[in-house]
Design a protein around this ligand. Structure first.
Ligand code: SF4
Ligand code: SF4
Length: 352
């Protein structure tokens, strides 16, 4: 398994990490088999979050006794000092560990970013770091490029986690990832398979040749990791054959050929029709609807089965999908042909 250095932490972490968002879908026994095989196969970075159902508990049980063999990362949804402290202590208990290597502020959006600084969240994690309960502080941001820029420039975080896959827009790759890397941040690519959309076997004949050797998921991981600024990709996994495929990528990491990249981009272009990539080009909506946020939250519901959390997140939005007037202004801005008003109606029915 190849390793890269996680920014200025100096940690040598495996290029493939274990994304544990889907563990709530598995039994404890299945988690034990999968996680232990991951560690045996060379993965030394396991990422979870306090809101991923019972993922933390399952990791804590499955990997007890092996704690020193991997870097453990979790995320807190809270932004204020008391909330962060409570969630951190709960994570330590659930993960059955005396320390967590990396704790990130999870999915930071809008004014939440300032609250990390103003209401004690960051201070609390810094205290926890002094106490030895955590080693590093990071931040995960799904969409907002300005917030990413602010987080990089703040100097407060050693690690930035971003949604990054073959679907993702060029600005992220061209501008912010090199900037983060230059400033010494480690970069973790979450959703490197676009929430499962870059898996399976494409049916288009032009894609068969490159994909004969490796699966679409493997090509997609090679693509993500061909960006030298990315330290590690953390695909979610539930099956042993998925894990083995991912391990193979980590062992045999390589540059994609031009033909493979062309095929992947062609496939992404076709598969991407109707799929929201959280690029934000549809904004601003005259009604103030946070369109990409709503589609992302809906994805947590439909793809990851995090229903309670998705409803909670949706409930906290100041403007919801039912404010849509149907003006269709957003459709002009969306480069990926997402049927926004229609999908907003469906999302609202699901999440309200
Ligand atoms: S159609 Fe709805 S979501 Fe799109 S811009 Fe108009 S009000 Fe906003
Ligand atoms: S709806 Fe379209 S423009 Fe808006 S964030 Fe999604 S992909 Fe981008």
């Amino acid at each position: 398994m190849q390793k890269r250095t996680l920014g200025e932490t100096g940690w040598e972490i495996s290029v493939i990490g274990f994304g544990a968002i889907k563990l709530p879908l598995l039994s404890q026994k299945e988690c034990e088999v999968l996680l232990n095989r991951a560690i045996d196969g060379g993965i030394n970075f396991v990422d979870t979050a306090d809101c991923y159902g019972d993922s933390e508990e399952k990791i804590g049980l499955a990997l007890k006794g092996r704690r020193k063999e991997f870097y453990l990362s979790t995320k807190v949804d809270e932004r204020d000092g008391i909330g962060v402290r409570n969630k951190l202590e709960r994570s330590l208990r659930r993960l059955r560990t005396g320390w967590i290597d990396l704790v990130l502020f999870h999915d930071v959006r809008g004014s939440e970013y300032d609250r990390i600084f103003d209401t004690g969240g960051l201070e609390t994690l810094e205290e926890a770091r002094t106490e030895g309960k955590i080693l590093e502080i990071g931040i995960s941001i799904h969409q907002s490029l300005p917030i990413m820029r602010g987080a990089i420039e703040s100097g407060a975080f050693s690690t930035l986690m971003v949604a990054y896959s073959a679907f993702d827009e060029d600005r992220l790759a061209a501008e912010l990832l090199p900037m983060a890397h230059t400033m010494g941040l480690g970069l973790i690519a979450m959703k490197p398979l676009a929430g499962g959309r870059l898996t399976g076997t494409p049916s288009l004949p032009t894609h068969k040749r490159p994909i004969q050797r490796e699966s679409l998921a493997q090509l997609s991981l090679h693509y993500v990791l061909s960006n030298p600024n990315i330290t590690c990709a953390i695909p979610g996994m539930t099956k042993l054959h998925e894990l083995e495929e991912n391990l193979q990528v980590g062992r045999e990491l390589r540059e994609l050929t031009i033909e493979e990249i062309r095929s992947l981009m062609e496939y992404v272009g076709k598969a991407g029709k109707g799929f929201c990539r959280n690029c934000g080009y549809c904004l601003p909506c005259p009604e103030g609807i946070p369109i990409p946020d709503i589609f992302r939250i809906e994805g947590y519901w439909s793809r990851y089965n995090l229903k309670g959390w998705a409803r909670e997140q949706y409930g906290s939005l100041a403007v919801k999908a039912d404010a849509c007037s149907g003006c269709e202004q957003c459709l002009e801005g969306c480069p990926y042909a997402v049927a926004i008003p229609e999908k907003l109606r469906t999302a609202h029915e699901t999440l309200r």
